[in-house]
Ligand binder design. Structure first.
Ligand code: PLP
Length: 428
């Protein structure tokens, strides 16, 4: 039976189990994942299946998420993760995170509802959106979701009117110029405007309990975190002058596996230098937890040879309107791998089945923007009916996919678990 989300598992209690940090950004297509991909594909007969029976699907290794959490607890022990639901709202992922005892960063009524419905208590949620619809603020108040972010004076008046007891975090601007997805062009009070916001909050009698920031999603530069933590210290000090007793720092998201060891070390050192131990530190990681745990498998539905360019156009049943929306919204560059290819074709003399040929990959919709890769090299033998998979596909993919053109109405997730303890926690 799945453990109750309200009686969260304590990772500290299993301190004897610590995965090696070698797993960070190691080859993520493990034998477990390949086996999962192959077994699902072998259950589909493209010649006989119902329409859509060969739809794209994910293989999700829940054990990897568990191991990444253990690494987080080990290397960033002072920082409590509040998983960013927007990054991947798969129900099993959310159930696992709830059972692991993380908090949750929610950005809307729907996300808050999903987390409360798991039995997670309201104090484990931060409503991390500085510009909220008034009705959503009322909803948060009705459900006692007190932690929320603000970055402007108008939002303070909204909170005063609809949720005067809220615990407010002042979201500040960061230098996110080296991140994959910039957020501070839209949110975050400039440091020079922080004082005015804190002053108005004091006049309104609001509870300013902390500072939050986000250095941009996919942030590989640790100096962005250092500068943001220093700025947060400055804002804590100004807040004190206005009588606000701040007790929590929220260092946002932006973590990636590749640089995590270094970034965690630098963050821990900076926090210990600038914030005494009684200050609680939380974060809102998304990508770090789920990116490498999900692999997307797509079916080759059509193929055209373009003699003028001596290149091949390969059409897949997923594209930028579906799970590959990350190409447009998240600036990701998917890496295609061939899972199956047919070797029974008759080859021109100069080719073997595995000769790599110039290929462009396209999604299934009628729109020309639906291009997965303008140029890549795939084996000559890739044909209609083959499967192509894309590793590292768990962040900002299925949570933002649309059904444009009637595609992608059903995307199955096959769960595997390389770490048995995680299966019990996730209830799979
Ligand atoms: N918190 C907020 C407010 C965000 O906007 C985002 C992503 O957009 C995240 C957390 C998660 O960021 P990441 O997936 O880079 O860790």
């Amino acid at each position: 039976m799945a453990p109750s989300a309200t009686t969260a598992f304590s990772p500290g209690s299993s301190a004897s189990y610590l995965p090696s940090t070698d797993i960070l950004s190691s080859a993520t297509t493990t034998d477990h994942i390949l086996e999962g991909l192959r077994s699902y594909v072998s259950s589909i007969d493209p010649d006989e299946c119902d329409a859509g029976g060969e739809d794209p699907f994910f293989v999700a290794d829940i054990g990897r998420i568990y191991n990444l959490h253990m690494i987080w607890k080990k290397l960033l022990s002072r920082v409590e993760p509040f998983y960013a639901v927007k990054c991947n709202n798969d129900p099993v992922v959310l159930r696992l995170m709830a059972a692991l005892g993380t908090g949750f960063d929610c950005a809307s009524k729907a996300e808050i509802t999903r987390i409360l419905d798991l039995g997670v208590s309201a104090d484990r949620i931060i409503y991390a959106h500085p510009c909220k619809a008034s009705s959503f603020v009322r909803f948060a108040a009705e459900n006692n979701v007190k932690n929320m972010t603000v970055d402007n004076v108008e939002e303070l008046y909204k909170c005063k009117r609809f949720f005067p007891d809220a615990n407010l975090f002042l979201r500040i601007h960061t230098d996110d110029s080296k991140s994959l997805c910039r957020l501070s062009i839209k949110y975050g009070a400039k440091i020079e405007d922080a004082e005015e916001i804190l002053k108005v909050a004091q006049e309104l009698g609001l509870n300013m309990v902390g500072v939050s920031f986000h250095v941009g999603s996919g942030a590989s530069d640790p100096t962005a975190f250092v500068e943001a933590i220093e700025n947060s210290r400055h804002v804590f000090d100004i807040a004190m002058e206005y009588g606000h007793v701040m007790h929590t720092l929220d260092i946002g998201g932006g973590f990636v596996e590749e640089t995590f060891v270094n970034v965690a070390h630098i963050i821990s050192r900076t926090l210990d230098k600038l914030f005494p131990p009684h200050v609680r530190v939380i974060a809102e990681p998304g990508r770090f937890y789920v990116a490498s745990a999900f692999t997307l498998a797509t079916h080759v539905i059509a193929r055209r040879y373009i003699p003028q360019e001596n290149s091949h156009m390969v059409y897949l049943n997923d594209g930028v309107y579906g799970n590959m929306n990350c190409i447009i919204f998240d600036h990701q560059v998917p890496e295609p791998h061939v899972l199956t290819y047919q070797q029974e074709l008759v080859y021109p003399e100069q080719y073997t089945p595995s000769t790599k040929v110039k290929t462009s990959l396209w999604g299934p919709t009628c729109d020309g923007i639906d291009c997965v890769s303008a140029e890549c090299y795939l084996p000559y033998a890739v044909e209609v009916g083959d499967w192509i998979y894309f590793p590292n596909f768990g962040a900002y993919t299925l949570s933002a996919s649309s059904q444009f053109n009637g595609f992608n109405e059903r995307c199955h997730v096959k769960y595997i678990c390389s770490e048995p303890a995680a299966a019990t926690l996730a209830g799979i």
